[in-house]
Design a protein around this ligand. Sequence first.
Ligand code: ADP
Length: 416
Amino acid sequence: MKVISRSALDVQKVLDALVESAARLCDAYDAAIFQVFGDDLRLVARHGQMPNPIGGVGQFSVPLDRVRIGGRAVIDRRTIHVADMLAEGDEYPEGRKLALQLGYRTALAVPLVHAGEAIGVIFTWRAEVRPFTERQIELVNTFADQAVIAIENTRLFEEVQSRTRELAKTVEDLEIASQHKNQFVANMSHELRTPLAAILGYAELIQEGFYEPQGPKSLDALTRICSNGKHLLGLINTVLDIAKIESGQFTLNMTEYAIEGVVETVRAATESLAQNKRLTLTTSVDKSLPVGLGDEQRLTQVLLNLVGNAIKFTEAGEISIAAGARNGHFAVSVTDAGPGIPVDQQDRIFEQFHQVDSSMTKAKGGTGLGLAIAKQIVEMHGGRIWVVSTPGKGSTFQMELPTRAEFRKPVQPSMG
Ligand code: ADP
């Protein structure tokens, strides 16, 4: 029992211990375990005093058939006890031959049954005619059960190991495929931007009357071309950012910047959007803020995204941007009077593709990527971003940024 429990995964040790114990405790000359391999019974453990004309473990096997007692025990899934192989061996002609060859008379074969199927057989035999007692037969049955557990444990362990190897390979293949996809998306987005920039550039030149004066209808069409073109450029940039984040190529370009400048740039860029929806856009920036170190363009992108969302989701009222500094950090927030975000969604909206599942969000469109990118950028600066919101009243998106940020290589997001 000790050997069995200590060598749970070394099946050979367990089987050796079982045949040794079976032979000794049943007062038999020999004991052996055979396992079913296809159409054969293969010797996997043996212990005994008799000379060994059949060869060692791994060298000897017999066909799985009904003309030997082992085969019969396996096929019928029952214990077979033959008091004298020479006298009663007619049913097992091949078994008798073997008995003569090996010199045994009394034989006991107990099948190893797992889930209703015999996976092998444990044998004990004696050189003289002396039947096994009930107790000895019971003992061999117990050993058979132990052998099944040991064989099954090992099989399961090997299966788990092989599945684990397969899974590791699959994960590796998926990672390679995912890298290829990201590279493709990154290249493609880049390729799309070039012609789009030309389209936008020429449209603006025509709009500005660089070639010839334009009538009101053309000007209106040109305005639409430019605004849709810019929207498309924004989408392409978003996709490019995600591809870069996924492939670990997203980096920051650290320079000194003024947070006041970032707020002002965003205000100027979004003012007309707010006006179009009759929303008030206010800013409140503390005096004498320290000079920041970080990626100004990326931080502007974050704030632009927050203010853009605030305008997109708010139908009436005020949107305010606030910036201050404390404890070596900038605190920047965007407050709106929009629909708010349910508490259980407040963390999840920073995940890729996550949008609050409401008809309102769906009506507003969007990719669900903006906040995921914003979070990445803020965290790469060593900062954090979160939302405080009361559904029905509005939301405040807040971020805390080290004033002098150190570029942190991002933890690559897991696939999926
Ligand atoms: P997108 O706006 O393109 O869907 P984001 O990642 O910027 O992607 O936002 C994710 C989701 O978070 C939005 O779809 C919306 O459900 C919710 N959300 C973001 N900002 C606000 C806001 N100011 N008010 C209400 N919901 C918001």
